[in-house]
Structure formats: structure tokens, C-alpha cells
Design a protein around this ligand. Structure first.
Ligand code: AKG
Ligand code: FE2
Length: 214
């Protein structure tokens, strides 16, 4: 089911995308990992390791904030399934007439997004309006995805977002998606629904996989 690489151009958006499965390591299909430039594979491997650490740390903080045992959240992400999508948006003189990426939420748990070349373009929908996010130098943008919204029983909201393009500068972004393990059952964490009603029922990851981010 897991695909190791996809190169796509979506009909509703103007960008190109390139997708690699990063983790678990045995899911990597190195045939699709570019060997040029020679540093690519090592750099992506290191990037994968470091982003997995950051995601684990964030999940731990989130669990504490939710008032649940960190292990109960972390075990859903056991194996640290991770994928990387690199997005390339060419400049467009009529930038206000097109979208780089259509509005969507990320299906995964947690996304670490880097606006790689410092050109902003990400927008989130808040109170029905699109808000632009600045590309802070060296900072990740962290998106909560649908799975985390379900696990947290709606306390963390999966954010609707889109990407716009620049009239004369190309834009590159890289999104690392952190997903639950493939045999996980996704539903509100039991500790969160002892006294509060569950907002969503339990579903298995394969029912969910159809709308995942690749
Ligand atoms: O390019 C961006 O800023 C958004 C990318 C994104 O939302 C995605 O890859 O899911
Ligand atoms: Fe996204």
C-alpha cells in the first residue's frame, strides 16, 4: 500500500511535488531516492532522524498538555511512520488568479513544514479568512493533522491550509508527515473520554489511508 515516491502535478494547483517514504526504514525504496547530488541521501536520512526526534518531543508535550500519559499518545506513533513531500511552486505573473496548493487539512498526525527558500506562501483558514504565515528563518511550521485532532478528541484542531504562489520568485517547501503506526486504531484517547463524550468513533488506519497525504 505504501508508495515510496510520487511525482505529481495536481490539476487544481500550479506546483510540482515529490514524495518519499522515509520511515520506518524498511519501507524506504532506495531506487526512488535521487543519488544526485551525492549528499542527497545522507542529508535526507539525517533530516528524517532529527525531525522524528522533534515530532516525538512535540507529541510528548502535547500529551502532557492534554493531561494524558505521554506513552498513550506516543504508542500510537510507534515505529514513527514518516513521509516527506517536497513542493515546488514556480513563479506566476498572475499569482492572484491561481493557487499553489488547494485548501486541505493534513491527514497525518503532525506535520513539520519548512518554507525552504524563505519565500512565504502558506495560508491558514481562521474564522473563515485566509491568513498568511511568515517564513521565519530556520523555524518549522507545525501543523496538527486529522489523526491528532481525533486522538485529542478535538482539543487540537487540524488546520485547513493552502499555498499561494509568488509573482516573480519560485517557492520551495518541504513537509514531513508523522503518521500513526499502520495497525493503530484511531479514536479519542481513552483517558480523554472518561468524563467527556467522544467526538469521533474509532476507525482503523487502513480505512483512513485512502485520504492520506501522498
Ligand atoms: O507549501 C506549503 O506551504 C504547503 C504544503 C502543504 O500543505 C503540504 O505539503 O501538505
Ligand atoms: Fe498540507
Amino acid at each position: 500500500m505504501a508508495r515510496s515516491l510520487l511525482c505529481l502535478r495536481s490539476r487544481s494547483s500550479t506546483g510540482d511535488m515529490f514524495y518519499l517514504v522515509l520511515r520506518p526504514n524498511e519501507s524506504r525504496d532506495m531506487r526512488f531516492w535521487p543519488a544526485c547530488p551525492p549528499s542527497f541521501r545522507t542529508s535526507i536520512d539525517r533530516y528524517s532522524t532529527e525531525t522524528a526526534k522533534v515530532a516525538r518531543c512535540l507529541l510528548e508535550f502535547m500529551a502532557k498538555h492534554l493531561g494524558v500519559e505521554p506513552e498513550s499518545l506516543l504508542e500510537m506513533f510507534h515505529g514513527q511512520s514518516q513521509g516527506l513531500r517536497m513542493n515546488y511552486y514556480p513563479p506566476c505573473r498572475q499569482a492572484n488568479k491561481v493557487l499553489g496548493m488547494s485548501p486541505h487539512t493534513d491527514a497525518a498526525g503532525l506535520t513539520l513544514l519548512l518554507q525552504v527558500n524563505g519565500v512565504p506562501g502558506l495560508q491558514i483558514r481562521k474564522d473563515g479568512k485566509w491568513l498568511a504565515l511568515d517564513a521565519l528563518d530556520g523555524a518549522f511550521i507545525v501543523n496538527v493533522g486529522d489523526v491528532l485532532e481525533i486522538l485529542s478528541n478535538g482539543k487540537y484542531k487540524s488546520v485547513e491550509h493552502r499555498a499561494v504562489v509568488h509573482p516573480n520568485r519560485e517557492r520551495i517547501s518541504a513537509a514531513v508527515f508523522h503518521r500513526p503506526c499502520q495497525d493503530a486504531l484511531i479514536g479519542p484517547l481513552p483517558e480523554l473520554v472518561k468524563t467527556t463524550a467522544a467526538k469521533r468513533g474509532v476507525i482503523d488506519v487502513f480505512s483512513y489511508v485512502l485520504c492520506w497525504d501522498w
